[in-house]
Design a protein around this ligand. Sequence first.
Ligand SMILES: Nc1ncnc2c1ncn2[C@@H]1O[C@H](COP(=O)(O)OP(=O)(O)O)[C@@H](O)[C@H]1O
Ligand SMILES: [Mg+2]
Length: 386
Amino acid sequence: MDGDTQTIEYSDQDAISLDEMSSEYKIKILVEENKILKRNLFEAQNEIKKYKIVPHIMAKVVDVVDSDKAIILLNTGKFYVNISEELVGKIKRDDEVFIEQKSLTVIGKRGKSKHFDVERYIIFEKPKVSWSEIGGLDEEKRDLKEVIELPLLRPDLFRKIGITPPKGVLLHGPPGCGKTLLAKAVAHQTNANFVEIVGSELVQKYIGEGTKFVKSIFQMAREKAPCIIFIDEIDSIASKRIELGTSGEREVQRTFMQMLAEIDGFKPLGDVKIIGATNRIDILDNAVIRPGRLDRLIKIDYPHKKERLHILKIHTKKMKLEDNVSLESLAVRTKKLSGAQIKTLLVEAGYFALREERFKLNNNDLNRALSKIKGHDKKKQLGFYA
Ligand SMILES: Nc1ncnc2c1ncn2[C@@H]1O[C@H](COP(=O)(O)OP(=O)(O)O)[C@@H](O)[C@H]1O
Ligand SMILES: [Mg+2]
């Protein structure tokens, strides 16, 4: 924010009027301009075409007759229809096809994804979080390194000593204390692919498709190994409290069973590791943490004073503080705040300074931000926020 922005100023003297140009140069400019206009016209025409397209009907092929006729299923019933010439021989039973509205001719086929479209929803990424960006949690980092990092980087050691490394860990503890950060840091450190599934989303978004979805994720992860599957809010699919009353609940249960089956592995997981995370270990189904599953539990708790100081230092690295600001003192006063809240506090303090057009934070900014955050916390405890 404080760097000088460079501005380039043009004076009137630099501009050349069209009259002063040589005619050869003028022609060049006009030709270029013409090209641009033609391209714009082409794009506009294409856009108009899109609006004019008549939508096709989607249908399922029940049967193919004589290779150029098909029986298709629409919600109004079954129809015996033609298959357009270029698709003869290419349509099979159960294909999803596009149907022309008037004649009901099969004119296109929907491509089938090997992974039931999982690619459309799920991103495999290579996170950039490094261990040094995570304040405190020294023991927890060490545990994770032993359980996930070492087996991925040095599988030979485990073979030599004759032990099978764990398949995964469960990180548990209050929100905002670094569970996601840690999972990403392990992936970064091992150069593994990272994929995040959020339990509650699995329940809400993929109704009826949960088990297929889980299967696909594990299959893709095996293909992309080394890979870390991060299952956040794992309690949403693996809760003791689920009663199998409604079909939705049964669906969640089936998804959960599929997940366990994948972890137990029929097909070896190899360089695929699983990190589960939950804020609600109290309601988590014990099946998740049985031996051979996510049997290492690592608690990620609120940071203590020394850890808070570390987190404050990390998040103020790029900020400017007045000389008399003591992070030590702030660390003492931020008891019971999570890493995420500490970060929010600093951002809030930044806004207080910004409003007064200052770029250095002072004690007053930090104090005001702290009472704001603590106020929020109080209201939360009193049930003001869900
Ligand atoms: N130990 C920590 N060190 C540094 N930043 C932290 C720490 N814990 C939390 N944060 C900050 O809070 C944000 C949310 O943390 P996150 O890992 O998503 O928490 P959780 O997954 O436990 O709910 C992080 O992106 C980071 O900015
Ligand atoms: Mg998280």
